[in-house]
Design a protein around this ligand. Sequence first.
Ligand code: NAD
Length: 357
Amino acid sequence: MDIFAHMERYDYEQLVFCQDKTSGLKAVICVHNTALGPALGGCRLWNYASEEAAIVDALRLARGMTYKNAAAGLNLGGGKAVIIGDARRDKTEALFRAFGRYVQSLGGRYITAEDVGTSPEDMDVIALETEHVCGVSAGTAGSSGDPSPATAYGVYRGIKACCQEAFGDESLKGRTVALQGLGHVGSNVARHLAEDGARLMVTDINPLAVEKAVKDLGATAVTTDEIFDVECDVFAPCALGAVINDDTLPRLKCRVLAGAANNQLKEDRHGDALTARGILYAPDFIINAGGVINVADELEGYNRERAYRKVAAVYDNLMKVFEIAKRENIPTYKAADRMAEERIDTVSRVQRKYLPR
Ligand code: NAD
């Protein structure tokens, strides 16, 4: 892999290799962009097939965080860390302390948080070595707790924005929402929607989660395959990535696609096809930013009311994306990238003005 050429192409600032013999730590920290502020992004612990796969993942995820944080209106840049290892076998205090010391050595250019394979308790250990960490466990001073309810609240606000754009009315009363995945986020999205009077058609591979939604929220259950054929106003994917693909896209009978899942489009061309079919797509990293907005509030001394006020602005962020899409006549997934890039560029220009020549 030609690392410098890749870094230059996508404008990466820094890639840090971390090795600690005693604890067995092998990690990569990637700082993509700090124009808006320190680079915030989770620390993934994963059994990568190769060192190259770990580096590629760190690079890809860090860049994604630049866009997510910028579009969310946060004064934070994008970064990510990956630790090479098996989350069931390799987690030790020594490992996370060694990682925390590396984070500290960057002097606040990178702020870490939990991600796939790491937990709030792991963040507590990292916090023994660095102040540049958030997402510590619930009950710890300054903790924002489980991010899922905040993500769900943002998704709910986002669905309302989509209804406003698509139907000229943000109300969910009487709207039918097909919801895939009733996990940490999906179950909370379903609750918000039901409270607002939406009719829910739900599915999950876990029958207990479905039963609960039927009993508590009056939802109608459908199979995991039938969900794609449901006649509805909104299809809300809250389970898996790549859910919009060549097989599922022609089956959708909705006017809005808006849910929590990451990487919903299998490929970019599926975003173009949604536009061609007249389906309004809420770009995933815009609508599911509630979790990162909530955890980032820890950096100011966590205040739930303030954090949820910022999460509610997912509505406005989506409206801006729709505005750009209309103005430039581009699909919403491209408009979301443009919104993030415009914000970074503006700030970079302002900063450059004050740089010594
Ligand atoms: P989760 O694991 O708690 O929930 C996922 C649910 O989907 C589970 O109930 C699972 O049984 C179900 N599921 C899996 N395969 C399915 C299938 N084929 N059909 C129907 N249901 C299926 O995860 P979560 O934390 O609720 O996250 C959901 C999605 O939102 C993920 O894509 C995640 O990356 C994304 N996301 C989550 C957060 C957060 O704060 N948790 C933030 C941003 C994005």
